[in-house]
Design a protein around this ligand. Structure first.
Ligand code: NAP
Length: 504
């Protein structure tokens, strides 16, 4: 893999949770793999005053807690590249000083004018920081790059955290603000789910094997379930969650990205352009559910009071009578040749029975059942099932039918299972690390394109806008904590003659 160019990673929001818990531990781990550039600096920017040393000391505590392995000598070496700059990123006054500091790095450390800006601040600051970056002329290539030869140019890229907008309109507005300053090829909309091994492994599973692709379509696949559930409630993020909800927080962002990898056509190559072109087409093919169908295509819920946690609606910070969903199950159709008639079910929830992120590909039963009269240990032949587990384990399981040894003849479903950790003996890296290195290398394969984001929003808007008023009306405490969600979600599946993949 090509080593990234020398660069400075400028993290806006350096004092925050994401920087301490995810970004710096991930970079520390990536240094050990040798994937970071030789000439590399991290410059953290936040308002509160602190010195480089004070920030390094804070980060050391966090890295000890959150990195996989702690080695004080390795940390001391890595910490030398970490620096801090105090200032208000929403104000122009800060930028000349920031520019000077960056130039110093170029001179003393050979970072060559290459900047990777990371917006790890609240979303309300995204547009103003982008504008300040432009005003301060920190983007020296941008629209002007074609006027100089590629070898001479230094690059400036920007990583934007989620949430990327709160609906289709605000996402489009943010895209326009970014597009006025950066080229699309320099805009990195991050989704850490795409840094997870199993999501990337989906490409290999589908396109490096011959046995899956011929049956990966509506003729053989009955339906697909994409689930991400948590056992914990909303914790102390009540106000944030009440203004966001499960659809925005999980389905629009992470689950639609997983969907794109499951449903896309084979790319013509492995470049970012090839992969993103296919993902865009796939997300654009999601049908926009009509207002009349919203009630039959979605179930929303809020968890009730449990033994140790209050009901969502009673939590401090949650608006009285809130109709924000802590659970959502949504059925979407894909209007293209491959998937016509094969629904995709998306499900996410807080305070659920199990913590689980998985993709379930349920194949149709055989066209002719020769074994109707033969006893089956679980009732009958139901069709193969491929379960791709992303969390807590990274595992792929294939269920198929087998004869039980002995007589008389009996059939049972059995499973083949491939466990990533056991199979390869390597621990998966924290998702942020490889994604950061990709951005330094200019590889956007695992980052979202503008059109994907806007198309994703368009597909879920009927479940968020006024069309969803009916399904939001009586969701208060409609599922018990520790359950698999509201009974209506089982009914949604039962109407389609299907069941959720829950306890198996
Ligand atoms: N935390 C996660 O696990 C996570 C996961 C996914 C996405 N995200 C997204 O990542 C972003 C950051 O999340 P977070 O949890 O790290 O938030 P956070 O803990 O609130 O940190 C944001 C930091 O930004 C700094 N800040 C605020 N206003 C600023 C300004 N005008 N100029 C410079 N710095 C400013 C603050 O430090 P000062 O007070 O010192 O300025 C604050 O510590 C959010 O958009 C969030 O949605 C976070």
């Amino acid at each position: 893999m090509r080593k990234p160019d020398p660069c400075v990673l400028v993290i806006f929001g350096a004092s925050g949770d994401l920087t301490a818990r995810k970004l710096i531990p991930a970079l520390y781990e990536m240094r050990a793999t040798g994937a970071l550039p030789e000439k590399f600096k991290v410059l953290g920017v936040s308002r509160r005053e602190k010195t480089d040393d004070a920030w390094r000391t804070e980060l050391a505590v966090s890295v000890q807690q959150h990195a996989k392995r702690w080695d004080p000598v390795r940390w001391a070496e890595f910490a030398k590249c970490i620096h801090y700059f105090a200032g208000d990123a929403a104000q122009t006054a800060m930028y000349p000083g920031l520019q000077d500091r960056l130039r110093q790095f170029d001179e003393s450390d050979g970072t060559k004018g290459n900047r990777l800006f990371y917006l790890s601040v609240g979303p309300e600051l995204y547009e103003s920081i982008v504008q300040r970056i432009e005003d301060a002329a920190l983007v020296t290539e941008g629209k002007r790059w074609c006027s100089i030869t590629p070898t001479e140019r230094s690059w400036q890229r920007i990583i934007i955290e989620k949430p990327f907008g709160s609906d289709e309109k605000s996402a489009a507005s943010l895209n326009r603000s970014l597009g006025r300053v950066f080229e699309e090829e320099d805009i990195y909309r991050i989704d850490h789910y795409l840094g997870k091994e199993v999501v990337q492994a989906m490409l290999v599973l589908r396109f490096a094997n011959t046995i899956f692709e011929p049956v990966w379509n509506h003729r053989y696949i009955d339906h697909v379930q994409i689930t991400a559930t948590e056992t914990v409630g909303v914790g102390n993020r009540t106000a944030f969650f009440d203004s966001t909800g499960a659809i925005r927080d999980m389905i629009q962002s992470h689950l639609l990205q997983i969907f794109a990898f499951v449903a896309m056509e084979p790319p013509t190559g492995m470049t970012a352009e090839d992969i993103r072109a296919e993902k865009i087409k796939t997300v654009r093919a999601l049908r926009h559910t009509s207002p009349d169908d919203v009630a039959t295509h979605a179930v929303l819920g809020q968890y009730a009071k449990g033994a140790s946690e209050a009901a969502f609606v009673d939590l401090p910070g949650v608006a009285k009578g809130s109709t924000t969903e802590t659970y959502a199950a949504i059925k979407l159709h894909v209007d293209n040749w491959r998937w016509a008639g094969t629904p995709f079910y998306f499900r996410t929830g807080k305070s659920m029975a199990k913590k689980r992120t998985e993709i379930v590909v349920q194949f149709k039963p055989p066209a002719a059942n020769l074994f109707g009269g033969i006893p089956h240990t679980s009732g009958g032949v139901t069709g193969n099932r491929l379960v791709i587990e992303i969390a807590p384990a990274e595992r792929t399981r294939l269920r198929f039918e087998s004869k039980v040894p002995g007589t008389p003849m009996r059939i049972s479903s059995i499973e083949m299972s491939a466990d990533f950790d056991k199979q390869f003996g390597v621990e998966a890296l924290e998702a942020y690390g490889p994604l950061l290195v990709d951005a330094m290398r200019g590889d956007q394969s695992l980052y979202k394109h503008r059109i994907e984001v806007e198309s994703g929003w368009a597909a879920v808007m009927p479940f968020l806008d006024i069309s969803s008023a009916g399904i939001r009306k009586s969701i208060a405490s409609n599922y018990a904590p520790g359950s698999w969600g509201p009974a209506a979600a089982d009914e949604l599946m039962a109407r389609d003659g299907r069941t959720w993949h829950n306890d198996e």
